[in-house]
Ligand binder design. Sequence first.
Ligand code: ADP
Length: 194
Amino acid sequence: MDNCKVVCITGTPGVGKTTISKLLNEKLLKKGFKSKLFFINEIAINHDLTLGYDEEKGFNVVDINKLNKKFSEIMADENTENEIAIVDGHLSHFCSRCDKVIVLRVKPDILKNRLIKRNYSDNKIKDNLESEVLAICSYEANEFHKGKVNELDTSDLKVSQILEICMDIIQGKTYMSIGNIDFMDYFLKDNQQI
Ligand code: ADP
């Protein structure tokens, strides 16, 4: 099992973190692993770890230091012996209590459609697309967890394939090193309104 206990599933909003985290947790349980799912945003909200609402950006700003501390406490309180924690959230990679990070990526065109469906404002869509193209989550995750960060382009994969790769990563059978995914061409397209 590669001593892997805490697996952070991160990425830009809309890449599929929650979808994959839930199914991954179910798959792990079905395969006989002791697995538990945590939602980092819920932890931040339930423990009142927000600094306030950013009107311009359209989201609650989370106090990362407090979140990190609280998450470490939660992990210490859990009986994590032989247990895997799947941690869903685009802030999960800021938590120091983490054994592996999986950054889910998706082509900006696909992401844009998903964010439009969520009725995000134009500004919020633009910010998130920029984050995806510039691989901000991968960059941040690598700053905190060098050598533990996997990056997966889900654009052309079925959910079942994504789950298989995540299972292999968790079990130490594969490592998807960062730096191989390049969505920069999205910025260069003619008439592209990011
Ligand atoms: P996140 O948690 O990263 O914000 P979600 O899991 O909520 O993303 O997924 C965003 C949307 O994309 C949802 O409508 C979901 O059904 C869809 N989705 C997620 N993963 C995939 C996938 N691999 N293929 C197709 N659609 C997906």
